[in-house]
Every structure is written in C-alpha cells, then in structure tokens.
Design a protein around this ligand. Sequence first.
Ligand code: RAM
Length: 895
Amino acid sequence: MLCLAGCQSGQLQVVSLKVEMQENPQGVSTPSPRFSWQITSPGVDLRQQSYRIQVASSEEDLKKEKNLLWDSGIASGDESILIPYEGGKLSSGKAYYWRVKVATNQGETAWSAINHWSTALLDSTDWRAKWIGQDTMSNPGETNKGNTRLAARYLRKPFHAEKKVERAVLYISGLGAYEAYLNGKRVSDDVLAPTVSWYPEKVYYNVYDVTPLIGKGDNLLGVKLGNGRYFGMRESPTMIFGLPRLLAQLNIEYADGSTDTIVSDESWRVTSKGPIVANNEFDGEEYDARLELPDWNTAKYDDTEWLQADIMEAPGGKLTAQPNPNITVQDEITPVHITRLSDGRFILDMGQNMVGWLNINLKGKQGQPVTMRFAETLNADSTLYTANLRSAKVTDVYIPAKDGAFRWEPSFVFHGFRFVEIAGLDEQPSLSDFTGKVIYDRMQTTGRFETSNELIDQLFKNAYWGIRSNYRGMPTDCPQRDERQGWLGDRVTGCFGEAFVFDNALLYAKWLQDIEDSQSPEGDISDVSPRYWTIYDKDVTWPAAYFYAAKMLWRQYGDMEPVKRHYASMKRFLEHIQQVSMQDYILTKDTYGDWCMPPESQELIHSQDPSRKTAGAILSTTMYYSLLNLMQEFAGITGNQADIAGYKELAAKIKDAYNQRFFNTDSALYDNNTVTANILSLRLGLVPEGYEEKVFENIVRKTEVDFDGHVSTGVLGIQHLMRGLTEYGRVDLAYKIATNETYPSWGYMINKGATTIWELWNGDTADPAMNSGNHVMLLGDLLIWYYEDLAGIKNAPGSIAYKQLLMEPVFPDGLSHVKASYHSVYGEIKSEWRKEDGSFSWDIVIPGNTSAVVKLPKSLNIAQPEGAGVRNVKETESGIEIELGSGTYRLVNRG
Ligand code: RAM
C-alpha cells in the first residue's frame, strides 16, 4: 500500500532564494543575473504554473511596487531555477532587491522574503585604485630563488568619515592572499582570499559590504598581504609571478548623498617587519611575536617607521569580480590523542586526515620557538613520516614575545595532515589546547549516506573528507606534498560524484574558466590548470575534465552557462588535437596511461607488466570519441547545430578505425583484454552492436578469475567500473569490489588506517616519491554508484538538475538498508529502503515542482499504490513503474 503523509512542513511558500546560485551575493558582474527558488507545500504533487519576479533598487520601492527595475509580470511555466533578469540596465556598484511569488496547482504563494544582491564595479573606469606593495625584499634570508622565502606585508591607510554612512563597500584584491581589516576588525571570515587564478589572464577581486565597520571620525583600513600562489612556493616548477601586491577601493556613500572613495595608492604606508616573517604554502608560516605591531590595523597606531607604499605593476590579467565563494574555516575538530616522545617532543593525533591548520593555545617561553611539523602518518617508532611530502617542509613556527600563555594560528598557509609533531614546549599540553581548523571553499554539504554496511559508510566518510580536503579555489590533487595542483584527470568523472555530497557548482564553473585561461594559443589544454605547472601534452584523458565538468554543471545544477561560455574553446581543443594527435582516426598521444592501477608488486608505483597496462591509444581514442559525443549535445544546447554533423561523422570514423585496430571479433576482446580497455569501449559506446554482452563477460572473467574479484583499473577504468558492472547485471560484483578488504581495494586502505582516499591502491607499501594519503582520483564513479544505483537517485533520461527523477535502486545481497539524501537545486531528495526477512519498505521524498518515475523489480511484489500524488502506475514484465508528483511516499511489499 502506498501511504501518503504530509510532505514538506508549513505552508505553501517560496524559499531558498538565490541569485547566481548564491544567497544575497555581493559583487555580481553579469548583466542579467539569474534567479532561483524552491517551493514547499504541505500537499503532494506540487507544480509551479507561473512566477512573478520584481526587482527594485530599494526595499521601500519594492514593497510599494514603485520605480521597479523589473517586473517579470506573470510568466507562465514551471521554471524555477536560473531565470535571467530582463529588466533595465544594472548600474555599477549598487545594491538591488528582489522578491518572487509563484502560482501553483495548489494556489498562490505570498511574496517571498525580500532578498538582495549587489553589482560589482562594472566598468574599468570605476576603478581608481592603484596596485601597491613593497617592491623590495628587505629582510635577511628572503629570496625568490629555489624555495622562496618572504615576510608578509602590512599596509595601512587612515581616513575620516565625519558624516553618517549610508553604505560602504570594499572592492579588494591582494595577490597572492590578503586579510583586510577596518578599525581592527576583519572585514569577513574568508581566508586565503582571493580565489586562485591564472594571473596573467585573470585577477579576481572580492566585494564586501563594510557599512557597519566604519565609525564616525578617524578610521583605518589595514591589509595583510601573503604570498599565496603569486609569489609562488618554488622558483620551479611552480611559478613566481612577482612580489605581493594590493588593490583596494572603499566606496562610501553618506546619508546626505555625498560620496568618498579611499583607494590604494602611494599615500599608504607599508612594512614587512611584522610578525609573519615567512609564509610559504609548502613550507609553512613563521611567526615571531616579538615583532608584533600592536594595533597596527587601528587609527591610533603610529606608522612613521613604516615605508611609503610602492606603486606596483598590475598583475596583467583582467580584473574580474570573483564569481565563486572564498575559502573559509568550514569545520573544527579537536585532537584525539597526544604522545610524548623520549626527546620531549609531542605527537598530536587529530584522528582524521584533514586540511587546514592548528589553532594553538599554549604556554611558551620568551624567544623559544614552538615548532609544529605536519604529516599524514607516523613511522613505526611513532615519529612523523615525512618521506611522502617531498620538499615541502610543512612546518609552522611561533616565537613567543614573553613567558606565558599565547594563542595563535597561521594566516597564509594550510597543511594536509593527521599528525603534528610539536617541539619547544616545556609543559605537557592537553588536547583541548588545540583546534584543527578545516578549510575549503564555502559551500553547502548536500549529501548524506548511511547503510547497513559499516565499510560502505566508512568509505563514504573517507570520500567526504578527501573531497573537502582538495577544494581550494580549484579542485587539487593533494594537499600535503610540494604539488597541490589543479590536475584535470583526477576529476573527469569524480566531479559528478562529488556534486552529490557538496554544492560544488560555483567552484567548478570557476575552474573551467581557469582551464580556458590556461589554454595555449594553439588550443591545447594544460593538464594542470591554472597552469602553475604548464603541461601541454596534446593528450586527451586529462583535458577531458574540461568537457565532463561542464556537462556535470549542466546535468546536476541546470547551469548551461559554462557550456556556452567555453564551447568555442572546447571546439578549438578538439580541432587542435585532431590535427596533431590523430593518425588514421586513432588518437595516438597519451601521457599517463591508466594512471595508478594496482601494480604487480606492492612496492611499485606504476605497473611494468604489459599485460596489466592499457595501451595509451585505447584510452585517448575512447575518451576523444566520448568528447565528440558530448560536443554534439553541447552544440545542440548552444545553438551550434551546424557543428553536429561534423562531430558525428568524425565519431563514426573513429569508432570504425578503433574497432578495426583493437577489437577482436572472435574473442570479443579489446587489445590485451584489460578491464579498462573493455569497460571504456563498452561504456563510452564504441563496442559494435551485438557484442556488448560478450565484452562484458570479458570484464567479469578478468575481474573474477585474474584479479580474484578485485579492482584492476587505474584512474581511467575506475571511472566506469561500478556503474558498468551494475548496468550489465553484476551489481553483486560491484558490491564485492566496494566492500573488499584485501588488496587492492578501498577497504584495504581503511583497514590500514586511511581516513581519506589514497593516491595509490598500495599506498602503505609503495615508494614515497608519489604516495599521497589524500587524493580523490581513485574514487572513480563510486559515489555516483552510491547515489544513482544504491539509493536510486538519478536524473531521468533527458532530465536536467533532477527536475524528473528516475528512482530505481539496486539491491545487492548483503545490503539491507540504505538511507540517502541529496539537496538538489529544487530541494531535498530522500531515499531510504529496508529489505529484511521478506519485508520491504521504501521511503522517498520528491521535492516540490519535480516528479519521479520509480521502478521496482517484480520480485519485491510491491503493493499497488493509490492516492493523491500518484500520477500513473504500470505493471510491466520486469516489475512496477510508478509516476509520482512531489511529496513524501512509502512503498511496501504485499504482506
Ligand atoms: C600526480 C598528481 C595527479 C595526477 C598526475 C598525473 O603527480 O598527483 O594526481 O593527475 O600525477
């Protein structure tokens, strides 16, 4: 029986209002920002029939419906996400207010709460500030050679505000990273701002409403400047663009209508003789409290000892309002254990591999450095294991100015660590003296996942920590060693899985811009973008992330802009690769192979056994083929229909040539019959019709016989393994792989103490030269499988952003309970099933203004549902198919 309960609580209303996917954002630069909302209702099968949006430049005007900049009028239809503004031209640097109401099949809502956004500086002439800094390295040991070293810069500017302030907005960029203060108070809790970029092409600035921070009379704008990626960590291969620099403009509007502008220029004062004597993302931060500049960021400080600020050259890239949120402290954890080593040092165990820093509250001795070194694991003798950090020193130093208690945390560095070695303490500290600050881009956690299987749950937790560990204005490969780069290959398919757990829309949209900004004039994509390591290899499998992530943003969030914005650049890449890397319709260039597949010996990083390795041409040709298919879709949605035929034709020729070359029709084997070769051919659509089952049988045989039910793929094959096995009917094998505890498997990592995901299947035994404990690339399609297959939360064919769900869970033997939720752009989707002793129940929640087709197999003997919300029920050969409107439902089997 289908029981209907009240769905979302409360009355019919519009909630979760967003502009450009953010709540009340500051500094929006697009001329037609897009509005989104969700609708909740106590009733089921809620459908929006029309909406009406109003925009004004003040709340009063909006309430009185006076001087409206836009009144959409009653716009019929069920669209409720990313509706573009179509009103009068928006002015630069202004605040705007908006509200929306909708009509539904259950009545009309009241006007929503009033929300707002502000525009960025839309014309370059709005900027009057100059780039400033200190153009010399004036402290001992400072260098831009080798491992760089440089002290933080402190900059300040006093100003007066005699009149009542109506609105004050700070527009600011500081490269590599800044912290801004007004009258001693931080202007926001963002850290390591602004977001990273390819500086020669793009420089991001942030916008903060600082009205409440301005006082009557004397005021002080102060900024601390760190090195970040601008004064990079190494001379090579990471880059150094130049000494840190600041651009700041404070626009003040007074109540009497007059205005004032405070800009960075040569009237500012600067010093690099402050307490942060060194800050290097790889090596750590050194803080000498004896050099503190008390009250430097307030009006009362005397800066006569400071220097006049130098005018610095602009960094070159286009000054652009940052479209994505900054990094913030997103979580805090306390350590679980502390050990004293025989030499008096302490080892702190955070209980979790995390990324961020340690806030310490300790007792020190004047001038005696307290040194903290960070690492992911320990040696057998309980000392830190640092071999896998390569040249990264990952060490923070605090030098107390006096005897006694102090509290400190760094400003311009972060570390990837679980363990901290602390030296320089005379007293045993306690666990509560330490707080681990977990940092990543400000974003909502959108997914929860629990099952009856502990390992499946732990693996989800490891994935969750791994993903949040590697978001820092770009998705990075790792957070701990001297690398930390935006490697494309690691995210090709992973980005879809990540999007179930985190709202990563703005992060990925921004990263696609980094990728385009890093493109070579010929059209090649750098395997690392922003290209702090420039790698133009004319290959395919890593650049594929550019296309796949654009598709993810469209499918998962309904955001078509990235596809539109980058279509021309994607096309250029494909044409370039066709010219330089295609021979007889085979893509010949591949750099990394099926990277990090489990090697034959546990000490190896990469396999040397030809029978395990997949030929590069197989990887690049299958992936290129899939990009041509994606481009056909992209061409369709961007109005480039004329391109479709060309892509189709090329794809067909590639498919033919590929099968001629690599497919053996007698045995249905691809090349040397690796799981990766077969599964990519199958899942990416290259297998000749009629051979699919046979190719699949090879995958199963290889996995079961040669690898004893274990994974045999690297980063490429793993992108399709779990879904591929499930799609062709072997969910039991997929489940076995997901729950294996012996090598190679995710469970093996967990048994060896991993709290994140390793770079290598054999991360405990392999050479430390390339052996991070916190990578996400081996997750492949695991999280997609969790959500789409185990929980059955999936876009219906052709549906975008879960407007129409296809809910069809799979039920591997051994799993009796799954409880999953996902916050889609329309609202929270839930799926919780239980299958025990012949009884079955499934609780699902379908958000307002969406619908679902749910499918369950005949074997479950589901009771025919009825009632409101049930739009249609079909008994089919294979089971039952029910079409449901929004609401909360419970499906059970016939008793
Ligand atoms: C490693 C990186 C990354 C991978 C490249 C090819 O150095 O950590 O994960 O994409 O190599």
